[in-house]
Design a protein around this ligand. Sequence first.
Ligand SMILES: Cc1cc2nc3c(=O)[nH]c(=O)nc-3n(C[C@H](O)[C@H](O)[C@H](O)COP(=O)(O)O)c2cc1C
Length: 172
Amino acid sequence: MDLHEIIAKRFSVRNYIDKKVEKEKIDYILDCARLAPSACNRQPWTIYVASSPDVLANLKLAYAREWMDKVSTIIVVSAHHDQSWHRERFDNKDHSDVDLAILADHIILAATQCGLGSCWVCAFEPDLCRKALNIDDAQEEPVVMIPIGYADSSVAVPEKKRKNISDIVVLK
Ligand SMILES: Cc1cc2nc3c(=O)[nH]c(=O)nc-3n(C[C@H](O)[C@H](O)[C@H](O)COP(=O)(O)O)c2cc1C
């Protein structure tokens, strides 16, 4: 698949089958994550790969949805605000969220390329996520939970509803 095919194929998978993700695929996804760019190359992140039953159960408490039941791998990307680049000369804007979004997208697109489904999840309860991963450093913030697994192919792929290029691009 070329890049456009991978991007077009990805969708938020909320129906999974009971099949574990192979270690080689996780390793490939993690290497794609490792290569992500970040502001000033600070790489202000930790990538948690949760697949043990206890941690999975606790993470699922942070985002309790029926469709998460069959998920057997959850990747959580976590930002370190004391490592990220801040735009100090001007407004001190913290670029963690930008860095972590790129990281998460590398993970999600690599998963798609491996034939895996995934979903961005940010509507989780932060305190329960921290608890599940034993994060007690106030400078560290779990930003995105990414369930990864095999999509149930009997469920129809939703239509991609997107704005037209003419609605979002301004040529100057
Ligand atoms: C930053 C971000 C946070 C999101 N959080 C959630 C979430 O908590 N739960 C969920 O089911 N989907 C979540 N989504 C998925 C979006 O709803 C989805 O990407 C969007 O509706 C477009 O659909 P598609 O991913 O199938 O193309 C999130 C997406 C993004 C980019």
